[in-house]
Design a protein around this ligand. Structure first.
Ligand code: GLU
Length: 376
């Protein structure tokens, strides 16, 4: 299959590793390189794309600011180093993107934020709002509070989860190697770069095991793990070299890289997940007007809900039934059962008054809703 084109994508996550961002000898950000990368990001952004950055570097930068000796750090030491480094990292991104008139929004996530449904929904809506405002979310793991047992540790898998959480259609891992090779390219002159991976077979995984190359935490192995997360959720992924200036421009111009293709698109994959794999915790019965609105692809508003059954929390899957109790669809509900009960049948301004907050307008957002889960 031919490689897709960078310009065909609408929502792109770019993951930048510590070894690219930071000159380890000087302990400083590689300013010239980062300025060039920011120009590439701004170019994609100007073209109307949503761009997110997953940036490592907090521990490495903190280490250098604190003048810590070389050698491995204990957990609490890396947490404390990250606290110092992350401020610097955020400032750096804010400056380089700000130079293009782009606001950078720092988001620090923990493993639970991407894995627990309620927190996942919160993080997702913040990212969604930033993108709507045309800001660029700059994301890292919250290393200061993440403990060994419950942390990602590598930003490859974190970036993949963030990409799927934000329904990105492409994840770019900028690495110190330009893609996946059939064998370690340093020691094997016959090693060739694989330009397209259509499915992650045992053979592909074997190559990753052999071709690990990076100095930072994530080697090729975590990149393949990331590819599995991304492609199974409808996000394409690519690995390309970040060692050159303007790495994104190079990809756009057809430079060397490895694409991992997904058979699905993010919305379809997400909807399949909602329709199939979640246990519904309750039921919303809606009026005929809302049934037509849902069938026309709209979100479900509180005004259209006539009855609320079950004990569910925000983010749980619920069944949506028409006035005749016929199943219309399923979705992830944006309110707890208690609040849903209070606001059912009410207009959006009423909802605000009743709950005392400017809540989300939708009871179930259209992206979280699958219509037609039961035969008509
Ligand atoms: N979150 C870590 C940091 O910012 C990096 C993890 C990684 O290298 O993938 O230092």
């Amino acid at each position: 299959m031919a490689s897709p084109k960078l310009h065909d994508f609408r929502r792109i996550v770019v993951k930048v590793g510590s070894s690219l961002l930071i000159d380890s000898a000087a302990g400083e950000v590689r300013a010239g390189w980062l300025t060039a990368l920011a120009a590439d990001i701004a170019e994609l952004h100007r073209g109307g794309r949503d761009v997110m950055v997953v940036s490592s570097g907090s521990i490495a930068l903190g280490r250098s600011r604190l003048k810590l000796p070389r050698g491995p750090l204990k957990l609490e030491e890396s947490q404390a180093a990250a606290a110092v480094g992350q401020i610097e990292l955020a400032r750096t991104w804010s400056e380089v993107l700000g130079a293009h008139g782009i606001g950078a929004g720092q988001i620090l996530v923990t493993f639970q934020d991407t894995e627990e449904r309620r927190r996942y929904l919160n993080a997702r809506s913040t990212i969604g709002k930033l993108l709507e405002w045309r800001a660029v979310p700059v994301i890292n793991e919250n290393d200061t509070v993440a403990t060994t047992e419950i942390r990602y540790g590598d930003n490859d898998r974190l970036a993949a989860r963030v990409a799927t959480m934000a329904s990105a259609d492409l994840l770019i891992l900028l690495s110190d190697i330009d893609g996946l090779y059939t064998a370690p390219p340093g020691s094997n002159p016959d090693a060739t770069l694989i330009s397209v991976v259509e499915s992650i077979t045992a053979e592909i995984e074997g190559m990753a095991g052999a071709a690990g190359s990076e100095l930072s935490r994530g080697g090729m192995r975590t990149k393949i793990e990331a590819a599995k997360i991304a492609t199974s959720a409808g996000t394409h992924m690519l690995i390309a070299s970040g060692k050159i200036d303007h790495p994104l421009k190079a990809i756009a111009e057809g430079g060397k890289c490895t694409w991992f293709l997904t058979p699905a698109n993010p919305v379809t994959a997400r909807k399949r997940w909602i329709a199939g794999s979640l246990e519904p915790k309750g039921t919303l019965t809606i009026d005929a007007g809302a049934v037509s609105a849902l069938r026309a692809g709209k979100s479900l508003l509180p005004a259209g809900v006539i009855r609320v059954d079950g004990q569910f929390s925000r983010g749980d899957a619920v069944i949506v039934r028409g006035p005749d109790t016929h199943e219309i669809g399923r979705g992830l509900v944006a309110y707890d059962a208690e609040d849903a009960e209070k606001i059912k049948g009410r207009s959006s301004p009423d909802v605000m008054m009743i709950l005392g907050i400017t809540g989300r307008a939708e009871m179930i957002h259209r992206d979280d809703l699958v219509v037609g889960t039961a035969p008509a």
